[in-house]
Write a protein that binds this ligand. Structure first.
Ligand SMILES: [Zn+2]
Length: 545
């Protein structure tokens, strides 16, 4: 660790210590439908949930309100991620984030629309000056929606520290009534004597008795949930403590998680028999702040063959706790075995995997643990295959170089496919083509000559044209592509008009101007380009009523 890192960690700890002690400052709720259907630190696909979700009962356009006085600090519109999102800066030194919204309040929307039309863009990410858009506590700033990577209408809400932008568990800032204790479904025990990727040896899947015979070096995992009220949503459990003979040896709290460590979830949890299991032990590298107490990285070592008491305490944010106690013993004292593996990718150093057809460079500390895995080339499928059981997200991108026999035109249209992700080349020469990849996965090259497909959903294409009246301000189109959409522009009678692309839903919403300027020949034009540069132009005639 260099001096800068040391300083950063010290500073972060100091900020959070400061914040937590002053978290009594209560904010007002950002939405009236206070039903929290996802809490902070929940285990999601390849990330920790870094905010809280408010249910909007499968509907859109609920008013979203500022939790305190402040000013709009950032507005972002993107087809993926948080979709349409608004960031507010508060005098307390905190930022609040309101994501997946459908639209903004009139005052904010008019500025956004003006900016989009002036710059002829649909996507934006703008930082605003302190006095540009001031907002009051409880002022409506947006209307809830389902934009970006969102599986249904809801409001995703975050609180972040102003200086570090690190998300903080928002539940401490709201007056929430909760007297319901967490529920533990399963406790699991892992043998950690001799393996780098352990699987549980004993669990409540196979029934646990009061007195347990365990290996001399073991660790604990669990699955469970916490409800705010008896019929509430099963959210994640905030705090876990482990005591061996009344001495605390482990504690974590889901208090804050940085964005560059969110892939840590792939090491912290695993799916077993369709249950998400959370592991109370750390891999080789780990985000230090995640754990308050971490003796032996969570490995519980029994140095004698006597009986011991193991106590696990699980608590929610409001200190409703549940305790599980076991009497444990081991038959023999610990013996450390050396790890046997053929091909290890080490997490503390950079790794270069060389093959006649490809080369992959993985920077040091991109992984949190060593992996017993490799890449092989499948000649028949022309695929680079990752031998590990699942894809692994990297903290820092890897560089993948592949030998090619493409001509110039093919090179320009080449795309790397990795699971459901598509990458454009970073660069290429006559022999190799280079990509920056964010995960260790199977890879293959594709020459994409297929332009995107556009299909109108608001009207029948075979008919003469779209019959529109003033009550039909939006037109919907289905957009399909074999790789990924890069850009979309839409025009009404040759004038730029705003559209929003629901990237994961492959849906384009064209927002027609408020005052439709009718001429004899009205038409709407869609120009859409994929990441390989294939473009589709479509023109539809419009009949105004
Ligand atoms: Zn969310």
């Amino acid at each position: 660790m260099n001096i800068r890192n040391c300083f950063f960690i010290f500073l972060t700890c100091f900020i959070f210590a400061y914040k937590i002690s002053f978290s009594q400052t209560l904010f007002s709720f950002p939405i009236d439908t206070v039903d929290i259907t996802g809490n902070f630190g929940e285990i999601r696909n390849k990330h920790f949930h870094q905010g809280i979700d408010f249910s909007t009962k499968r509907k859109e356009n609920y008013p979203v309100k500022s939790i305190d006085d402040g000013y709009v600090y950032r507005i972002k519109i993107s087809p993926y991620g948080y979709g349409k999102v608004i960031y507010i800066h508060h005098p307390s030194g905190l930022l609040s984030v309101y994501a997946h919204v459908n639209s903004f309040s009139d005052k904010i929307q008019s500025l956004v629309t003006k900016y989009q039309i002036q710059n002829q863009i649909n996507e934006l990410d703008v930082l605003l000056k302190t006095d540009s858009i001031e907002v009051k506590k409880n002022e409506i700033i947006a209307f809830s929606g389902n934009t970006g990577t969102s599986s249904g209408p809801h409001l995703h809400f975050e609180i972040r520290d102003e200086l570090t932008e690190i998300p903080i568990n928002p539940l401490f800032y709201f007056p929430i009534q909760d007297t319901t204790k967490p529920v533990i479904e399963h406790i699991l025990f892992y043998n950690l004597s001799d393996t780098i990727s352990p699987s549980p040896i004993l669990s409540t899947f196979t029934k646990i008795k009061d007195t347990l015979l365990l290996p001399p070096i073991f660790a604990v995992g669990f699955s469970g949930y916490d409800k705010m009220y008896p019929k509430g949503n099963p959210n994640n459990i905030y705090k876990v403590q482990i005591f061996l003979d009344n001495q605390k040896i482990y504690q974590h709290r889901l208090q804050h998680i940085t964005f560059d460590n969110t892939m840590y979830v792939e090491y912290y949890s695993e799916k077993i028999k369709n249950k998400i299991v959370q592991k109370c032990f750390a891999p080789h590298l780990y985000p230090i702040y995640f754990y308050d107490t971490l003796v032996n990285k969570g490995r519980i070592i029994l140095s004698d063959t006597n009986y011991h008491q193991l106590k696990l305490i699980f608590c929610d944010e409001k200190e409703n706790c549940i305790e599980k106690k076991f009497i444990i013993k081991t038959k023999h004292t610990p013996k450390y075995k050396s790890i046997k593996a053929n091909s290890l990718i080490l997490c503390t150093q950079s790794n270069t995997i060389k093959h006649p057809y490809f080369e992959i460079f993985i920077p040091e500390k991109s992984l949190f643990n060593d992996l017993n895995a490799n890449f092989v080339f499948n000649e028949k499928l022309k695929k680079i295959q990752w031998t590990y059981s699942k894809s692994i997200t990297l903290k820092y991108p890897a560089i993948l170089k592949i030998k090619h026999h493409f001509n110039n035109n093919e090179l320009k249209k080449s795309v790397l496919v990795s699971g459901n992700k598509f990458y454009s080349p970073e660069n290429f020469d006559s022999q190799t083509i280079t990509f920056k990849v964010n995960e260790l996965n199977d890879y293959y090259l594709l020459v994409d000559n297929t332009p995107p497909l556009v299909k109108p959903l608001s009207f029948n294409e075979k008919k003469k044209g779209i019959i529109l009246n003033q009550n039909t301000p939006n037109l919907f189109f289905q957009i399909k592509d074999n790789t990924k959409i890069q850009s979309i522009k839409t025009y009404f009678n040759n004038q730029f008009c705003i559209s929003y692309f629901y990237g994961t839903k492959h849906l384009l919403k064209v927002e027609l101007p408020n005052e439709l300027i009718a001429t004899d020949e009205n038409f709407i034009q869609i120009i859409i380009t994929d990441i390989a540069g294939n473009t589709t132009h479509k023109t539809y005639k419009i009949i105004l009523k």
